[in-house]
Design a protein around this ligand. Structure first.
Ligand SMILES: NC(=O)c1ccc[n+]([C@@H]2O[C@H](COP(=O)([O-])OP(=O)(O)OC[C@H]3O[C@@H](n4cnc5c(N)ncnc54)[C@H](OP(=O)(O)O)[C@@H]3O)[C@@H](O)[C@H]2O)c1
Length: 258
C-alpha cells in the first residue's frame, strides 16, 4: 500500500475531471484517471502527473455499467492499495439536446445511467471499500465528491434528462452523507455553473452572449481549475464538521436577482 492518499476521479481525460486530477496530484494524491473512450488523452494526463513527480494510472471503464464500475475500483485498489477520495465527475449532456416534447427514453436511460445511477453505485462500491480500509486502520477517513450542475435547479427544456438526473445528485449526496457520517466518510456536492470544456464548446456563442449580459454576477466563463480547487478544498481537512453540503462554483449564478 502506498503512503500517500489516493483519489479516483471519473471522467478525468478531459475538461473538469482532468483539472481535478491534476489538482489532486499537485496536492500529493496518487490519482486514478478514469476515462471511457479517450485513452490517449487520459494517458497524457497520467504522463503530466508523472513528469511532475506524482503517481497516476489511467483506468478505462464506463461508469454507467456495473462491469466498468467494478473494474475501476478494483484497479485503483490493485495499483495503490487504498482509496481515500472518490470524485464522481464523469457525465454527459443530453444527446441531441431535444425539446421536452421530443425527449426519448433511450436518451433518458443513457443520461441517467451515466450521470446518476452510475455515480450512486460507484459511491456505494467505493464507500464499502473505504469502510473496510478505515476499520483496518489503513486510511484515516474517506471523502466522496459528486459533481452536479446548476441544471439541478435551472430548467433547460431541451435537456430534461440531464436536469432531472443532476437534481437527483443533490438527494444522492444527502443520502450518502447521512449514512456515511458514522463511517467517517464525508460527502459533498460541487455545483458548477457554465464552465469552459468540450461539453459547452457547441454552445459557446450562446453563453458568451448570456455571460456578457450578466448571467452570473462574476461575468466570465468558469474554468475547469475553478471547480478543481473547490473539490480539493472539500477533500482537505478544511471542513471537518460539514457534510452533505452543496458548494456552488458558478460565479454567483444561483443568487436570485430583482
Ligand atoms: N462544462 C460545464 O459547463 C458543466 C457545468 C456543470 C456541470 N458539469 C458537469 O461536470 C462534469 C464534467 O463535465 P465536462 O464539462 O468536463 O465534460 P467533458 O469535457 O465532456 O468531459 C467528460 C468526461 O467524462 C468522461 N465520460 C463520459 N461518459 C463516461 C462514462 N460513461 N464513463 C466514464 N467516463 C465518462 C469523458 O471520458 P472520454 O474522454 O473517454 O469520453 C470525459 O473525461 C459532468 O458531470 C458535467 O455534467 C459541467
Amino acid at each position: 500500500m502506498i503512503e500517500q492518499p489516493s483519489a479516483l476521479i471519473t471522467g478525468a481525460s478531459r475538461g473538469i475531471g482532468r483539472a481535478i486530477a491534476l489538482e489532486m496530484a499537485n496536492r500529493g494524491y496518487a490519482v486514478g484517471v478514469n476515462y471511457v473512450r479517450s485513452k490517449a488523452r487520459a494517458d497524457e494526463v497520467v504522463e503530466q502527473i508523472i513528469a511532475a513527480g506524482g503517481l497516476a494510472v489511467a483506468l478505462q471503464g464506463n461508469v454507467g455499467l456495473p462491469g466498468g464500475r467494478d473494474s475501476i475500483i478494483a484497479r485503483t485498489l490493485e495499483e495503490f492499495g487504498r482509496l481515500d477520495l472518490l470524485v464522481n465527475n464523469a457525465g454527459i449532456t443530453s444527446p441531441g439536446r431535444k425539446d421536452l416534447l421530443e425527449a426519448t427514453e433511450e436518451n433518458w436511460d443513457l443520461v441517467f445511467d451515466t450521470n446518476l445511477k452510475g455515480p450512486f453505485f460507484l459511491a456505494q462500491r467505493a464507500a464499502n471499500e473505504m469502510v473496510s480500509l478505515i476499520k483496518a486502520g489503513s486510511i484515516p477517513r474517506g471523502t466522496i465528491v459528486n459533481v452536479s450542475s446548476i441544471s439541478a435547479y435551472a430548467v433547460s427544456t431541451n435537456r430534461v434528462d440531464y436536469c432531472i438526473a443532476k437534481a437527483g445528485v443533490q438527494m444522492m449526496t444527502w443520502l450518502l452523507a447521512s449514512r456515511l457520517a458514522e463511517e467517517r466518510i464525508r460527502v459533498y456536492e460541487i455545483c458548477p455553473g457554465v464552465i469552459s470544456s468540450d461539453m459547452t464548446a457547441p454552445v459557446t456563442e450562446k453563453y458568451d452572449k448570456l455571460i456578457a449580459e450578466g448571467l452570473s454576477p462574476i461575468r466570465r466563463w468558469g474554468q475547469p481549475e475553478d471547480v478543481a480547487r473547490a473539490v480539493a478544498t472539500v477533500a482537505s481537512d478544511a471542513f471537518p464538521f460539514s457534510t452533505g453540503d452543496r458548494i456552488n462554483v458558478d460565479g454567483g449564478f444561483h443568487i436570485r436577482q430583482l
